[in-house]
Design a protein around this ligand. Structure first.
Ligand code: PEP
Length: 258
């Protein structure tokens, strides 16, 4: 049984004070939630203070990015050990905004994911196609390349420290959510890739989140799909009430197609 995971990506928003207020509201609001894992990813400058607020609560801390080296002459970068030191248990890598604006490749994402795993943290690895790729019939090829590239040299034992997030680029911050059927089709495909590389047990255990304009109004339908195990939420994670409502999504059974 995969435990649902709802993660909030705060992107480049919020001062330290605003981050702390939001985090405080969430830890208070969600202190009774045990059936779903909750993760929030503030900006780097807020991590230390938000980490103190999250310590010992049901809300876990994530960074939005990291560098692959532990220390050294890498101006402007932040390492996994330093992120662990301020309380991070998870790190997001491969977000489409990093691929698009910072030229991150599957290889670089893989190197970072391995650094995260080496230090005992969980990597939330994002994959997803652009609208152009989907429309030109490259969807599955793009997803396979990104998933295989990101998981290169990650052993079966290490897969318990990996969460995948399928985020169609055309659905991020656009208000356009993939339909639950469209999302499920790709999630099932990704699980098939995991089955091929790691076998049935690991494929069945690995959580695959959906991301792209998730809101309180569409989370239940998405979560009713067999292979959708949670969500990576951008915009709606900046409002405590919306994020809390997403975490407390109503469990529904998928209606049988007629
Ligand atoms: C994201 O940033 O990962 C994301 C899915 O954003 P949004 O929910 O705003 O589409």
């Amino acid at each position: 049984m995969r435990k649902p995971l709802i993660a909030g990506n705060w992107k480049l928003h919020n001062t330290v004070e605003e981050s702390c207020q939001l985090a405080q509201a969430l830890v208070t609001d969600l202190n009774d939630v045990t059936e779903t894992e909750i993760v929030i990813a503030p900006v780097f400058t807020s991590l230390s203070d938000v980490g103190k607020i999250c310590a010992g609560t049901t809300v876990q801390l994530a960074a939005q990015n990291c560098h692959c080296m532990d220390d050294g002459a890498y101006t402007g970068e932040v390492s996994v050990p330093l992120l662990a030191n301020v309380g991070c248990s998870h790190i997001i890598v491969g977000h489409s905004e990093r691929r698009q604006y910072f030229g991150e490749t599957d290889h670089f994402i893989n190197v970072k994911a391995r650094a995260i795993i080496k230090h005992g943290l969980t990597a939330i690895i994002c994959v997803g196609e652009t609208l152009e790729q989907r429309e030109s019939g490259e969807l599955f090829e793009v997803i396979a390349t990104q998933v295989r590239g990101a998981l290169e040299e990650i052993s079966p034992e290490q897969m318990s420290q990996v969460v995948l997030a399928y985020e169609p680029v055309w659905a991020i911050g656009t208000g356009k959510t993939a339909s639950s059927e469209e999302a499920e089709e790709v999630h099932a495909y990704i699980r098939g890739l995991l089955h091929g590389s790691y076998g049935a047990e690991i494929a069945a255990q690995c959580r695959i989140l959906y991301g792209g304009s998730v809101k309180p109004g569409n989370i239940s339908e998405l979560m009713a799909e067999d292979d959708i195990d949670g969500a990576l939420v951008g915009g709606a994670s900046l409002k405590a009430d919306d994020f809390a409502a997403i975490v407390r999504y109503k469990k529904t059974l998928k209606m049988a197609a007629t």
